[in-house]
Write a protein that binds this ligand. Sequence first.
Ligand SMILES: [Zn+2]
Length: 353
Amino acid sequence: MNRFDPPGGRPWGLFALCGASMLLNVVLGTRMLLSPGTHEPAVIAPEMPAPAAVVHEIADPPVPVQPVQPIEPVEDEAFAEIEPEVPAEPAAPEIPDDVRTASLKIEHSLARTFSNGIGDGGDEVAAVVARLFVWDLDLRRDLQAGDHVTVAWEGSGPGLQIPAARYRSKKLGTLRAYRYTAEGDTWPSWWNEEGVEVSRALKDSPIEGYEQITSLLKDRPRHRGMDFKAPEGTPIVSPRDGVVTRVDWNVKNNGNCVEVRYPDGTLARFLHLSQTDVKEGARVAKGSVVGLSGNTGHSTAPHLHYELEKNEQVVDPIDYHGLTRRTLDPAERARFDARIARLDAWLEAADRK
Ligand SMILES: [Zn+2]
């Protein structure tokens, strides 16, 4: 017995009576609720209309509609179409079966990071990630211990594709790349979270209809130009006014090729063409077609090789022409944002693994 108990002990009899009364109330109440046909339903509010409608309300209560995207304003019609069974909790990201992910701490180099992190095929993934971020990330200077890379990829070998990648750099902040095909584009490209294209393009490019720049001058010591992956037959134009100085020389290596001298004396070479459309000595205007891209000479896949030389020195087309980059049209930001939300979920799932 403790000091709060009344004199004479606890009133067990009273407790039992109260308990039994409550139990009876619960039993009766439950029975009335469960069989609305035989009892007057006690839960009906007085202002409710005909009993038939009320019975229906009890048997089949409306499920509240869950707005799925509270950040984006949703129009009324769109709201009406939302199915009531949308789960309140965000579902686990649906990563397709053929997509693999990795979340890795940088070890010494990208190649070593991926070889150690994912084993077979790691060097391939590393090469594509390096290609993706080459415009912002200098692999020789910018990688630091403590950096982190998260990647989703699919396929292998030449077909290896990266839907999304994120590089957290101590030096540069977080770099993001999401694969997305912009309105009017033939091929997907990679865009950052602000809808700005990750890869750059040459101002006054010799080729417009290319899939990707696959090699820069700085990538390989003995490679003298920029490579543009493009289907055979893509028009190649002269980025400057000029004079055609040579056509089809050293065909074994160059394939069909054209050389144009620009007014400042710079020599421009267009290699591996499927067809040349100009003759030696011809004047060409800026933007006029000199040939069509191909896969001729020492070339393993259809592409344009574009190189510049002045005073017998190789010139980087990036320095000569300058770079430009595109930004997505605001009209397609909603579609793009939905895509990157899905891809971010894949990367976050990879980070949690
Ligand atoms: Zn090349």
